[in-house]
Each structure stands twice: as structure tokens, then as C-alpha cells.
Ligand binder design. Structure first.
Ligand code: PLP
Length: 359
């Protein structure tokens, strides 16, 4: 029996995709082998990775002057790869809205002058600061954000005013959850294990003029965007099976109607939970309303023992991985693209019952 998996990541994937992958496990389309066993230089695999890129370009409407790279090392390796490649003046501005942005900021400080130009740490990252007129550094190579804060459940609803500087965004936990205007960014990246595929793949979408030989001295070959761009993500063995699953998810998303349709569905789905949190006498959301994420929904009862009881009873009823991150406490429901609305409706029904029994 499959459960409703509210994990923040690795997270729920479309059942249809998993079944298809299972069907193709032993013999991928007559090749007589699994995609896992296949040369990444084979014709068969070349089609898999090329189709994946084409479908992603289609979904996100990625302009021709942007490269799509399928890399490894998780989102966390990008915390270093970004400054190593982009910090030409050795200056960058960071907006710190959570643990992931903070880690990226700290990592960048190793390579140059990273400026924290805004933060919401004063209130446990429960809101997005006003970014309409920040003190952007004159010589900043880029402005960095984490667009959706997985742990705290906040999301940038409007992008910061970077005053002409290149915007770099970690979109790990909101990747493909709604349409994006790629042209507003210099670089978009995300680990796929939140909303797209299996852990082990990180996708980088980068404007071509940002890909140069001029990187920080000592940058390892594997950490240069140029080497991966020149080799179309096949400089070395890519995370081949993971990319194959991502490709299937891209096709699944197109079948759902693309990102505009996903946004509509995600809004409807999140409203089921947020509307209940707003009227509940027991459960409360922890995030400022206007900054609420469609993907990660943290909530508390205000009583730690009751929180623990809820997480335990929910798991027994088939709603798993609802325990909140240790820095926020309470609960967190991650309701990514592949979480069906029925899962959220049933969770809310369970919460109502719990509220009645624990009044
Ligand atoms: C999970 C997550 C990361 C870290 O991803 P890894 O692939 O484990 O390195 C970074 N940023 C965000 C927003 C995340 O949700």
C-alpha cells in the first residue's frame, strides 16, 4: 500500500512515472538492459538526455541563450560552484531567508566578499523581507536568493529589485511548480529530489554570457560551468538514471497541462490546507500570510507534546513524514506537484478529527 508522503525531500513522485520506470527496469524499449546499465555515450541514452532537456526547455520556455546543465553534487555543491564561476569582482549580495540561503552565503564568504543585504532571521525566517530597494553593492557580481524556503515555508512572490545586477536563484523546492520568466534570472538551479526526481541530479539553467573561462583560481574542472556546457552535460558520466526519471516527470508535467495548469492545481491544493489552518482552533500556520509557499506548509499546535502525538497518529493513519524541521518544530506538510489533492483533503479531514478529539 502506498502512503501519503509529505516529506520535504526526497519526496513524492508521480505514481504513473514510477510504474513506467518499473515496466522498463529490465528492458528499456527493446535495448535488453536497464537505463542504469547503459552507456551514457550510447544512442539510446543520448535520446533520453536530449529529450529531457527539450521537454524542460518547453515547459519553462527557456530562451536559446540559456544552457541547461544536468550536474551532480546536490544543490549544496552549487553554493560553491556559483561563487567560483560568477564572482569576477569577488563581491556578491545575499538575501538570507532561511538555512539554505544562509549556507550558500557562508560558502560564498570562502571565495570572496559575500554581503548579507537582507535577512528574516530575526523572526525565525517566517517572512520574506521587503526587497524593493535594498543596498545592492555597486560591484556585486550577482544577487542571490533562495526562492522557496523549504524549511520555513516562505516564498518570494515578487523577485527582488537587483538594480540591474544578475539574479541567481535556488529553486530546489519550487522547481516547475508554476510558470517562471527565465529571462529575469542569470542562473536558476535546484536539486531535483524535492519536486522533480531522484536525489543525485541538480539542474542548472544559466545565461550563456555567464559561462566563461574566467573563474576563480583553483576551481576544479568539475566545478566549471564551461566544461559541462561545452560537453552538453556529458563531460563525465552524468547521473544517468536520475536524468531519465526527471525526463519522465517532464513528460508527465506536459500531460498535466504544463506549468500554468500546475500552478492552478497547486494553488487549489494549498488552499485546502491553508484555509483550514486559518479557521482551526488548534492548528496554526507559522508563516506571514502573504509569503506562504505553495509547496511547504509548516504548522504547529503550540504544544510540543500534542505536536508529537499528532505526527505519530497521522503516520499510523497513512500520512507520513509530517514532522517539522528541528529549527521550527511542529509539523510541515510538503505538498509538491506529485501530491494529489485527495492527499491534502484527507489530511485536513484527519486534522479536523484530531482537533475534535484533543480539544
Ligand atoms: C534541500 C535543499 C537544498 C540542499 O539540497 P542537497 O541536494 O541536499 O544539497 C538546498 N536548497 C534548498 C532550497 C533545498 O530545499
Amino acid at each position: 500500500m502506498r502512503v501519503y508522503n509529505f516529506s520535504a525531500g526526497p519526496a513524492v513522485l508521480p505514481e504513473e512515472v514510477l510504474k513506467e520506470a518499473a515496466d522498463e527496469m529490465l528492458d528499456y524499449q527493446g535495448s535488453g538492459m536497464s537505463v542504469m546499465e547503459m552507456s551514457h555515450r550510447s544512442k539510446t541514452y543520448d535520446k533520453i538526455i536530449k529529450d529531457a532537456e527539450a521537454d524542460l526547455r518547453d515547459l519553462m520556455n527557456i530562451p536559446d541563450n540559456y544552457k541547461v546543465l544536468f550536474l551532480q553534487g546536490g544543490a549544496s555543491s552549487q553554493f560553491a560552484m556559483i561563487p567560483m564561476n560568477l564572482m569576477k569582482n569577488k563581491v556578491a549580495d545575499y538575501i538570507v531567508t532561511g538555512q539554505w540561503a544562509k549556507k550558500a552565503y557562508q560558502e560564498a564568504s570562502i571565495y570572496g566578499k559575500a554581503n548579507k543585504i537582507a535577512s528574516s532571521e530575526d523572526a525565525t525566517f517566517s517572512y520574506i523581507p521587503d526587497c524593493s530597494d535594498l543596498p545592492i553593492s555597486e560591484d556585486a557580481d550577482y544577487v542571490y536568493i533562495c526562492e522557496n524556503n523549504t524549511i520555513y515555508g516562505t516564498k518570494f512572490k515578487t523577485l527582488p529589485n537587483t538594480k540591474g545586477k544578475t539574479l541567481v536563484a535556488d529553486v530546489s523546492s519550487c522547481f516547475l511548480s508554476e510558470p517562471v520568466d527565465v529571462t529575469k534570472y542569470g542562473l536558476i538551479y535546484g536539486g531535483v529530489q524535492k519536486n522533480i526526481g531522484p536525489a543525485g541530479v541538480v539542474i542548472v539553467i544559466i545565461r550563456e554570457d555567464l559561462i566563461t573561462e574566467d573563474v576563480l583560481c583553483g576551481t576544479p574542472t568539475m566545478f566549471k560551468y564551461k566544461i559541462h556546457a561545452d560537453n552538453e552535460s556529458l563531460y563525465n558520466t552524468p547521473p544517468a538514471y536520475g536524468i531519465y526519471i526527471c525526463g519522465k516527470v517532464f513528460k508527465w508535467l506536459k500531460k498535466q497541462g504544463g506549468l500554468a495548469a500546475m500552478k492552478e492545481y497547486n494553488e487549489k491544493k494549498a488552499a485546502v490546507l491553508y484555509d483550514f489552518l486559518d479557521e482551526s482552533s488548534l492548528f496554526k500556520g507559522t508563516v506571514r500570510k502573504e509569503d506562504r509557499s505553495l509547496m511547504n506548509v509548516p504548522f504547529v499546535t503550540g504544544n510540543e507534546e500534542l505536536d508529537a502525538k499528532f505526527v505519530k497518529e497521522a503516520a499510523a493513519a497513512g500520512f507520513v513524514n509530517l514532522k517539522g524541521h528541528r529549527s521550527v518544530g511542529g509539523m510541515r506538510a510538503s505538498i509538491y506537484n506529485a501530491m494529489p489533492i485527495e492527499g491534502v483533503e484527507k489530511l485536513v479531514a484527519f486534522m479536523k478529527e484530531f482537533e475534535k478529539n484533543n480539544a
